[in-house]
Design a protein around this ligand. Sequence first.
Ligand code: KG4
Ligand code: ZN
Length: 362
Amino acid sequence: MILGIESSCDETGVALVSRKGALISHALYSQVAMHADYGGVVPELASRDHIKRWIALTEAVCSQASVRLHEIDGIAYTQGPGLAGALLVGAAGAAALGCALNKPIVGVHHLEGHLLSPLLAPEKPPFPFVALLVSGGHTQLMAVKAVGDYALLGETLDDAAGEAFDKSAKLLGLGYPGGPALSAAAREGDAKAHAFPRPMMKELKRDGDLNFSFSGLKTAVSLAVKRAQIAMPNANTCGAKEVFFEQSSAKIIADLAASTEAAIVEVLVAKAIAACTRAKLRTLVVAGGVGANRVLRAQLTHEAAARGIAVFYPPLELCTDNGAMIALAGSFRLESEGVRDYRFNVKPRWPLGELKPVLVAP
Ligand code: KG4
Ligand code: ZN
């Protein structure tokens, strides 16, 4: 059994996964309410909160599974990328626990955790596959041959897809975290109300470019917002913000939200499908927070099915940050990379390409 600790950003996640990669128990504490007043994650507050939570969460996953700490085989923690202070909490916790229990510890790449998280679903994707990684900080398309064998096919040149959701949501006064809020507002909206740009689609058609660029989209949204002359909350104000829109404003917001969501989703779907064609693979895996988006899921499943491509997602609650994906990635790496040297460091910036392939098939 591997204990996984995730603390790279604003969620403390702890989980137990079996050596064969089955989820045993998991617990999560989201700091969303704490950061909401500031309109985004405050790194120092995040670190302090991880300190308060991780021990209680560790006790919770053990008691849920009737497991005692000394029965654990090893401990995996998120070593990067992420917020340095937040990462240090999980790393220090894992090292302290490992040292006390004399168990090996292993540092896990957060994105490898996301990427492998669909393996926690009842229906697991077969290797090799194309992975669409869409989180708050990353948007990447990768050809995944095996654990640790990742070839980058395309990535964002500026904002990540999640960032595009978050920034647009902020412009619409929808608060933080923006993705789920924008998606909820979009339900009542008309996705065709605004013809927002589909960035880098021309490049895809012209020369098969699989890169993304989302920073122009927020400019388009911002201009549309100004045109609609909606009263926006002051984005720089700290403290509770409540915005009451008139009925007509709510419809304007919904249309803007739906049109934004449609623009982001259309590009993600087109490039993910093109990546499968390029890599000659018929298995597509979607991971990361934006993978929870219902429009993305619906369109991707539809477009993929038409081309004989099978799409795999993590269980919905494991799309966003969690300890289970860290424990799972750790389960593949513990044997070859686990150490009983309890000095630790974190890697706030850590390119996925630096990972070593796991040679022994899991
Ligand atoms: O993977 P994740 O939990 O954290 C990172 O590693 O970044 O992803 C968080 C991102 C945020 O940008 C959030 O707004 C977005 O995922 N997100 C969504 C949805 N749920 C989370 N975006 C669109 N629709 C959603 N339902
Ligand atoms: Zn993440």
